[in-house]
Design a protein around this ligand. Structure first.
Ligand SMILES: *Cc1c(COP(=O)(O)O)cnc(C)c1O
Length: 232
């Protein structure tokens, strides 16, 4: 039984239908398979089914999995990143979704300069203003982006948000709309070295709504790999 394979097929079909409903092009949406807590064998299975974008939220886990998996995997760091861990991942990840301070961006800049590489990042915005979540406040985002835009090895490619946990995905539509609105606003400012190409929003419970509202990157874990067991 190829459960992972079948789940990916279903998620992709749902994304396709959400695109149809909202008049979007399906190739504008990338499915990121969130593999945190899951074994390398699960990732290999998803990879063999044609997935190359994977999301991890912990640096240690990512650097453990990285050397034993195919080199053409695009790793996405989607979890909170501490400045002292930046050096372990800048040469391994395709995109960092969770930058929420000038301090963190400047550390990424420093490590990239050392290694003579460039790093694409997204700014994490706490759109719902939940106390428990990381991310920039909506109103401070533009100023922080302006500061980070001056770095030469770090390139802002869009915005990311983690919407509240909810039973009803419709509850989160307002937050996805707000993030899209902020993205359009920033786009209009035409800040040098800042592109608003990506909107990383939507998880297992709400990715279809997120796609309807303009997501270009959806981060789906449970919907592909099944429930996570944090006890192990
Ligand atoms: C775990 C995680 C996801 C995936 O969550 P699911 O509900 O399992 O799809 C998405 N984004 C972030 C930032 C996560 O930490």
């Amino acid at each position: 039984m190829d459960m992972i394979n079948e789940n990916i097929r279903i998620v992709k079909k749902n994304i396709e239908m959400a695109c149809e409903r909202s008049g979007r092009t399906v190739s504008d949406v990338t499915l990121i398979a969130v593999s945190k807590t899951k074994p390398v064998s699960d990732i290999q299975e998803a990879y063999d089914a044609g997935t190359i974008d994977f999301g991890e939220n912990k640096v240690q886990e990512l650097t453990d999995k990285y050397p034993v998996l195919p080199k053409d995997i695009k790793w996405h760091l989607i979890g909170h990143l501490q400045t002292n861990k930046v050096k372990y991942i800048v040469d391994k990840v395709h995109l960092i979704h969770s930058v929420d301070s000038v301090k963190l961006a400047s550390q990424i800049e420093k490590e990239c300069e050392k290694k003579n590489i460039h790093m694409d990042i997204l700014m994490e915005v706490n759109v719902a203003e939940e106390d428990t979540k990381f991310g920039l406040k909506y109103d401070e985002t533009i100023n922080v982006i302006k500061e980070i835009s001056h770095f030469s090895h770090v390139h802002i490619k869009g915005l990311m948000t983690i919407a509240p946990f909810t039973e009803n995905p419709e509850d989160n539509r307002i937050y996805f709309k707000k993030l899209k609105q902020l993205s359009d606003e920033i786009s209009a400012l035409q800040i040098e070295n800042v592109k608003m190409k990506e909107l990383s929003m939507g998880m297992t419970g709400d990715y279809e709504v997120a796609v309807e509202e303009g997501a270009t990157l959806v981060r789906v874990g449970t919907g592909i790999f099944g429930n996570r067991n944090y006890a192990i």
